[in-house]
Design a protein around this ligand. Sequence first.
Ligand code: ACO
Length: 181
Amino acid sequence: SRRPSIYYRPINPNDLDRLEQIHRDIFPIKYEYEFFQTVVNGVGIVSWAAVDRSRPDGYSDELIGFVTAKFVLAKDSEIDDLICYDSSQGEETLIYILTLGVVETYRNHGIAMSLISEVIRYASGLSLCRGVYLHVIAYNKPAIRLYNRLMFRCVRRLNGFYLIKRQHFDAFLFVYFVNGY
Ligand code: ACO
């Protein structure tokens, strides 16, 4: 059988339909059209797509996984109390991971791990960036294992953070500090 040949690149406007479809398929939360527009146009956003170059023509550049994130000023973030400030250099920032997903048939190949590693590497290259953080719903064991394996720190449990079909669910807040912080 074909060996997947996974390649990572930024998300671009051609990914719009597929990005929206995968979000609809794998998340219990509905994302608005504006969210996808913002992601593909990359305003204040960083993102990576995973594609399988070994797929036949027409599919070799189609998304099979993605991570989307946005820039946040550390002082405006909900983890402002955990940040080390040193304003002589400029405003400290954080990267907040919005969504992460891999289509089912491509799971357990390390693709999510590579996507998050791309975010961490990017954040580490920005001298004013203090870290990468995210929320994950408390019952999402595979995602929690992934963040633990990548050495994210769980710093908070947020009661009833998510509201899904009129039911509240807790979230964990995970942080990965970069640049020595
Ligand atoms: N061979 C065999 N196993 C492997 C390999 C490999 N080459 N590489 C990694 N693995 C194992 C890992 O050790 C891990 O095992 P574990 O769960 O027992 O610890 C498992 O495969 C999964 O790791 P990855 O392959 O890196 O992750 P994957 O690409 O399967 O994606 C994800 C994980 C994103 C959570 C996926 O299950 C998914 O899309 N779920 C639905 C959406 C979701 O929950 N997203 C995260 C929400 S949180 C947020 O968005 C901020």
